[in-house]
Ligand binder design. Structure first.
Ligand code: NAP
Length: 286
């Protein structure tokens, strides 16, 4: 018996990283999975983006975990793509019970030097893409008068990030979207929550520029990154967390066990957001 027995879960950004962990965890807990992802690069993204092969591998892992799976290429910047994936998912499995709107991208630049395209790409995927995904799935949940929607925010939904104001603005926006949707859909029997990951070990956080930034010097390697990651939490030995950490929380939010939980942003960050404040580089008045 799994906590998601008999449920059908629709996931965006399922090609690798947390999206793949959501898919495999849901299957292990008894669900069937509609796994969607983008299959082409987005300009300005510095880490490896998933391919159609990666999404196929997610499909294989879901089946290995005991679930049925439908994999579809869908860009969250396209309502047409999302509507088609939702329709095909319902045709295949008869229903959708759970949405995990996980797709996202991360880029960095000081906000006053950022070009409009960089701002627009992050907002289009990370905020408007979540809205488009909810818009595609929600009418079906309303028809069925049940459902659990889980959005992926970030610790940057509750705190600033000086090198990624656009990402932070988008994630604060997703938090507002989650709370508003929870109010709208609660009377209709549908719950809406979000998971707020801290530093998670996925392709998004595994690239040279971030290794150097976190370690504080150029030429850093994975072991420097692992050491630096320990500064991002308070719990002993917890640095960059495995994506399953977030998938386990989402599985609970998707399950009937969380029947009374709605409108909540569950922060999973090894204590990152409760670290005592410290200014590492104070600037004195002259
Ligand atoms: P990831 O491994 O890069 O996964 C993100 C997924 O989103 C990828 O499969 C990516 O597909 C997909 N995606 C990007 N643009 C898309 C689009 N336009 N349409 C459909 N899919 C798209 O990173 P992750 O860490 O798993 O990120 C998952 C979520 O967690 C994101 O919302 C991210 O902002 C959030 N988050 C991550 C961290 C962290 O430390 N990793 C921390 C806080 C929050 P392609 O690769 O094919 O583009």
């Amino acid at each position: 018996m799994g906590i998601l027995d008999g449920k059908v879960v629709f996931i965006t950004g399922a090609g690798h990283g947390q999206g793949r962990a959501h898919a495999v965890t849901a299957a292990r807990e008894g669900a069937d999975v509609i796994a969607t992802d983008l299959d082409r690069p987005i300009d300005g993204v510095r880490y490896r983006l998933a391919t159609a092969d990666d999404l196929a591998e997610t499909g294989r892992l879901v089946e290995q975990a005991g679930g049925r799976v439908l994999t579809r290429i869908a860009d969250v910047r396209s309502s047409e793509d999302l509507d088609a994936a939702v329709a095909e998912g319902i045709e295949t499995f008869g229903k959708i019970d759970v949405l995990i709107a996980n797709a996202g991208i991360f880029t960095q630049a000081p906000f006053w030097k950022m070009d409009e395209q960089t701002w627009d790409d992050v907002l289009d995927v990370n905020l408007k893409g979540v809205w488009r995904t909810m818009k595609a799935v929600t009418p079906h949940l309303i028809d069925r008068k049940t459902g659990s929607i889980i959005l992926t925010t970030s610790v940057n939904s509750v705190m600033g990030n000086p090198s990624a104001a656009h990402y932070t603005a988008a994630k604060h926006g997703v938090l507002g979207l989650m709370r508003s949707a929870a109010q709208t859909l609660g009377p209709l029997g549908i719950r809406v929550n979000s998971v707020a990951p801290g530093l998670i070990d996925t392709p998004m956080t595994n690239f040279q520029e971030l290794y150097d930034q976190m370690a504080g010097h150029p030429g850093a390697d994975r072991s420097d990154y692992d050491k630096a990651a320990l500064h991002y939490g308070i719990l002993a030995g917890q640095g960059a967390l495995p994506p399953e950490t977030i998938a386990n929380a989402a599985a609970w939010l998707a399950s009937d066990g969380s029947y009374a939980v709605t409108g909540q942003n569950i922060v999973i960050d090894a204590g990152h957001t409760i670290l005592p404040g410290f200014n590492p580089a104070p600037v004195a008045l002259h």
